[in-house]
Design a protein around this ligand. Structure first.
Ligand code: NDP
Length: 470
């Protein structure tokens, strides 16, 4: 038993923490913030980066009410205060208040968007704030203030405000009716014009809770552009951007670009997400494996065959170091863009009879289903970590899938000539090695509550949703 006890307050996410205080003849000692015990007791996994302390000489010193764009953990380090908090977040709770007395044995976790204020009850009171973002001029623009005297919040300050000690700035803050509610942190999607990026745009609610940036708006490899992003405004970043040209990655220029995008730039993104307590969702690939196993779970070790797979594996390791991360490992993505299914459909329609390999096995991943699975993980707050995510059903070879595309489009599947990888590669150069088995075990994503649609049903829906000419 740690002795730490966490109490709800009626304002969602605002938590009152009771701390053991050890007293002796010298004074007292407490573990003011102890992440392991406090997370176990029910606090969010709060990772402060800055500790501020205010010293208040007189009883009746009153500060607030301030909602900064970050989470806070507040308490006294001597003396006592009457603390008051007002929910300034958009929603039905806007304007709701909570107050209590804080002595050394209490602390309060204040989520972003909840205004914080206090009045000292004793002289020489120290008040501590642990916060999750470094203070900056840019952060100041994200502050929201409420006047201490606001009648709607109805805070009963023990010492009437007329007799209290207030700063001029605090006296000038607006009443609730004039306060713009603090909006929720958004989800940012990078690589918005790729197959997955477009599917995410189609799946995301159109309520302003998502922001999409294509390469033209944000090139991941441009450190200055990444640096200019205000990460404190994002609760999650979904990185759908990647260097995906598997064969070109084997060339000297491609190798350099693949490493720059899929590893070096991703490392910068991962560091920024760590620094801002932002969840990073990153997409991994079956190409991190060599295909010698019948199927792969999330625990299997990396063994990539080619440069692209090597960069994806290195990227996965960087993302795994982000405290709040999802590595979503997928295979054979089919969306709005150039992919195997669209190529086969094109060949079927233009009268080309292709040879297709029958010794590489896997499952398709329709970008729509991939997007739905990613949004599901974020929505349910699934435990962080790696998740395989492809469509379900029996694995199939590329040749079988090609035949199904022809059949579903009303063409003769007999036009496909089955071949094997060795024969296909004979006489060709510049083709990256590919795993023969790309089957990703789906037990973990199912346990997280997401059932991937069967791949051939999804293929049927995908083809029927497209016009014959597309
Ligand atoms: P796409 O190639 O369709 O999309 C990738 C997007 O990333 C493109 O819009 C691309 O822009 C953009 N991009 C590339 N470099 C940068 C950069 N430096 N800064 C910003 N954006 C950049 O890929 P998918 O949507 O199919 O893939 C999504 C994810 O899934 C990737 O992580 C990929 O590795 C992974 N994956 C894909 C598989 C597949 O079969 N496609 C299989 C397994 C995993 P531009 O077009 O201008 O280069």
């Amino acid at each position: 038993m740690s002795g730490v006890r966490v109490e709800e307050t009626g304002i969602p996410g605002l938590l009152l923490v009771h701390l053991p205080v050890h007293e002796d003849a010298r004074g007292w000692f407490k573990e003011n913030w102890q992440r392991e015990k406090m997370v176990a007791a029910g606090l969010p996994d709060f990772r402060p980066v800055q500790n501020n302390v205010s010293f208040n000489r007189e009883a009746g010193t009153t500060r607030g009410i301030h909602a900064e764009p970050w989470d806070k953990y507040v308490g006294v380090i001597g003396g006592s205060v009457f603390g008051a908090w007002v929910d300034l977040r958009a929603g039905t709770g806007f304007g709701k208040s909570f107050s209590t007395v804080l002595g050394p044995g209490q602390a309060v976790f204040v989520p972003r968007g909840v205004g914080n204020g206090f009045q000292t009850l004793e002289p020489d009171t120290g008040y501590s704030y642990l916060v999750t973002e470094h203070w900056s001029e840019r952060a100041r623009a994200g502050y929201t203030f409420l006047n201490l005297s606001d009648p709607t919040a109805g805070i009963r300050w023990p010492i009437p405000l007329e007799r209290a000690i207030l700063s001029d700035a605090d006296k000038a803050h607006p009443q609730l009716a004039a306060v713009s509610p603090v909006g929720p942190r958004k989800i940012l999607v990078l690589g918005a014009s790729g197959q997955l990026g477009r599917a995410l745009a189609a799946a995301a609610p159109a309520d302003g809770s998502f922001e999409f940036l294509a390469r033209e708006q944000l090139d991941l490899t441009d450190a200055a552009q990444l640096d200019a992003l205000n990460f404190s405004g994002y609760r999650a970043v979904i990185n759908a951007a990647a260097y995906t040209r598997v064969d070109e990655a084997e060339t000297p220029a491609g190798r350099r670009e693949a490493w720059a995008t899929n590893v070096a730039a991703l490392g910068e993104l991962a560091a920024a997400c760590t620094a801002h307590d932002t969840t990073l969702v990153h997409i991994s690939s079956d190409y991190v494996f060599d295909g010698t196993q019948q199927s792969y779970t999330e625990q299997d070790g990396f063994c990539p065959l080619g440069v692209y797979g090597q960069t994806k594996a290195a990227g996965d390791m960087l993302v795994a170091g982000v405290p709040k991360h999802y590595v979503v490992r997928t295979s054979w993505v089919v969306g709005d863009g150039k992919n195997f299914v669209s190529t086969m459909a094109q060949l079927a329609r233009t009268g080309v009879d292709p040879g297709v390999v029958n010794d590489q096995f896997g499952r398709l991943s329709f970008a729509t289903d991939l997007a739905a699975g990613i949004l599901h993980l974020l929505e349910v707050g699934a435990p962080h970590g790696t998740y395989n995510l492809t469509n379900g059903g029996e694995p199939a070879s590329w040749a079988r899938i090609a035949a199904e595309v022809f059949r579903l489009l009303g063409h003769d599947p007999g036009r496909i000539t089955e071949t094997n990888t060795a024969a296909y590669l004979a006489g060709r150069t510049g083709v990256a090695p590919r795993p023969s088995h790309s089957i990703l075990d789906l037990a973990k994503i199912r346990a997280a509550g997401f059932e991937p649609p069967e791949q051939f049903e999804a293929l049927t829906a995908y083809l029927s949703a497209r016009s014959p000419a597309s």
